[in-house]
Structure formats: C-alpha cells, structure tokens
Design a protein around this ligand. Structure first.
Ligand code: ADP
Ligand code: MG
Length: 250
C-alpha cells in the first residue's frame, strides 16, 4: 500500500439521519451525525445500549439507507449507487465482525473462510491458500477443520475475524465484537483488530460499550441518543513509515 494512502480518510459521513417507524410515529435514531475514520486507525464508537451505534455502522457500511445525509467511502458516494453496486462494494472492500459470530453451523473454520473468498472470485486453490494464512494469523492453524460447535466463543470470533481479514478489506466494521467473550478472549480479539489497522492499513471502526477496549483505540467517539457527544484522539496519527502495510500472507 502506498504509505500516503494510509493516512487518508477512509470514510466520511455528513448529516446522517435515520428514522424508524414504530406504530404510527417515527423515532429518530440518528439525529444528524457527522463521522469520519482514517486508514490505520482503530476508531472506537462508544455509547450506551440504544444510542444508535449499530444503526450508524449499518448506514456507514451500505447495509441500511439513511433518510438524510451521505457517506463517502473510499472516495465513493456510497448511497448514490444502485443496490447491486453497494453489495459489490461491501463484498470487495468491507469486513464485518459481529457480536454473535455469524458462522455457518455446518462448515469447518477453513470452509467458513474459503466460501467468502470463492464468492469474491478467487479460485478454490487461491481461496484455500489465503484462508490458511488468515486462520494461522489468528492462531487457529490447529483448529482449521473444526466446526463452530467444536470451538470456544473466543475461537469462533477469531474465525469470524479471519474470514473478515482474508479478503484484505480496506474498511473493517466490528459491532460489539467482544461482548460475548471473557476479558482474556476479548483482549485477543481487539488486538487482532488493532493489527488489521496497524499492519494492513485498514480503517477499523469498532462499536462497543465495553470500556476495557478504550486502551486499544486511536480515537474514541462517544454517541448518545443519536448524536455525537465528543470525538477525542487518544494517540497521535502514526508517522507514515510505521504504517506501511504488509500484504496479508506476506
Ligand atoms: P445500539 O447499537 O447503540 O444499541 P441501535 O442502533 O441498535 O443502538 O438502536 C438504536 C435505537 O433504534 C433503539 O432504540 C432501537 O430500538 C431502535 N431501532 C433499531 N433498529 C430498529 C428497527 N429496525 N425498527 C425500529 N426501531 C429500531
Ligand atoms: Mg448495537
């Protein structure tokens, strides 16, 4: 990756408003949110349950159309595209990690990762090779042939991370990725997300209400009742030389 790019803005949103209809009234869940995130940063979005964190991630990542406002992701005006192109953007550029792991019950760890890569267009051989590297990177080399029922919670989340990272996403979205895990496994997971930002140059956007994760953030954005309350950088942006991306598998 071009080091200059690593300092670039990965995503920028302006004036996001999202309303949901409940019965006859509407509730406004995002009330004019401006947001941005840089490549190479772990940007943590923190706030109480119900404050709009998941809704924000969904509008930033092309999953949920905002009622007002726009999102510029990797230079593209995301919501101006037709739905198929938005799906393609997600497939090509976004990785997702959720609280509930979202793994397929019938597939082994290796198959979970190769399936996504084949869908992206890699040949079976390439997909397998990339999947093995990604699973080894998260420490699951010895567990590759096990299914979710044979894995611990921490291991399942690491499979989900390997699946997200294997396609080398420029944008990595994590929604409460540690909330189903104990402290130790939560730390493993957040360190892997941090590595995705630091050595692969991804923009990591991690939503959480877990204060233990604050220490791993480059930037902390507080959201409450659909509004950004504060936005604080906890670490100076790393010099470009420290952010040279190592290609996955190198
Ligand atoms: P958080 O992730 O911070 O807990 P959410 O973004 O999931 O918050 O939800 C914010 C608010 O929006 C909550 O009050 C929730 O009940 C409401 N909400 C979320 N999704 C929907 C939906 N599809 N329909 C109606 N209300 C919703
Ligand atoms: Mg949520």
């Amino acid at each position: 990756m071009n080091p200059a790019l690593s300092q670039a803005r990965a995503i920028e949103a302006k004036g996001l408003v999202k309303r949901f209809k409940t019965g006859r009234s509407h509730i406004e869940v995002l009330k004019g949110v401006d947001f941005d995130a840089l490549h190479g940063d772990v940007t943590m979005v923190m706030g109480p349950s119900g404050s709009g964190k998941s809704t924000l991630v969904a509008t930033l990542s092309g999953l949920l159309r905002p009622d007002e406002g726009g999102v510029k992701a990797l230079g593209e005006d995301l919501w101006s595209h037709r739905p198929g192109r938005i799906d393609r953007f997600r497939l090509d550029h976004c990785g997702f990690i959720f609280q509930g792991f979202n793994l397929f019950g019938a597939l082994t760890a290796l198959q979970q990762v190769t399936t996504v890569l084949k869908y992206k267009g890699f040949s079976p051989e390439e997909a397998r090779a990339k999947a093995v590297v990604a699973l080894e990177e998260v420490g699951l080399g010895p567990r590759m042939n096990q299914r979710p029922s044979e894995l611990s919670g921490g291991e399942k989340q690491r499979v989900a991370i390997a699946r997200a990272l294997a396609k080398e996403p420029r944008l990595l979205f994590a929604d409460e990725p540690t909330s189903a895990l104990d402290g130790e496994n939560g730390q493993v997971v957040i360190k892997l997300l941090q590595r995705a930002a630091k050595s692969h140059g991804a923009a990591v956007i991690c939503v959480t209400h877990d204060p233990r994760l604050e220490a791993y953030a480059d930037r902390i954005i507080h959201i409450e009742d659909g509004r950004i309350l504060d936005d604080r950088r906890t670490r100076a942006p790393a010099p470009a030389a420290d952010r040279q991306a190592v290609p996955m598998g190198a």
